[in-house]
Design a protein around this ligand. Sequence first.
Ligand SMILES: [Zn+2]
Length: 137
Amino acid sequence: MKNHSYWRLPGGVIVDFQRHHTDGITARTFSFLGLPIGLCVTALSWTREAYYGVRAQRPPGAWKRTVTAVLHGTGRVMSSYCPDPPKIWGGLALALPRFNLVLGWQTHAWLQKADAHALQPCEACAAAGLRGIVRET
Ligand SMILES: [Zn+2]
């Protein structure tokens, strides 16, 4: 599979696929464009070495860290475009050892607010260096 491809589906829906691989971590992202909401599915996978560490140098207690990572990485995903307004529910995540799956969504109203806010950032955003802005492109 190529690192970047897209497919046109019936009804004007476009599926955009991107694959990135760095340091033993592979990210695969499917973005669905042309739907009533912004929809994005991301799968992250780790090589054994990238997730647990190099075999000869693995610190003890790796299973505890794995359980913690799975528990913390599973559940609702909150998103925001600004540090000031409260975060909203924008996705669901499932974490397994060496594998994460995230389904994210954004309404058009939310994306419009984010666009408007990016044009006129508030003091909180300026202070955060606009790091709070999360956008699908
Ligand atoms: Zn702001």
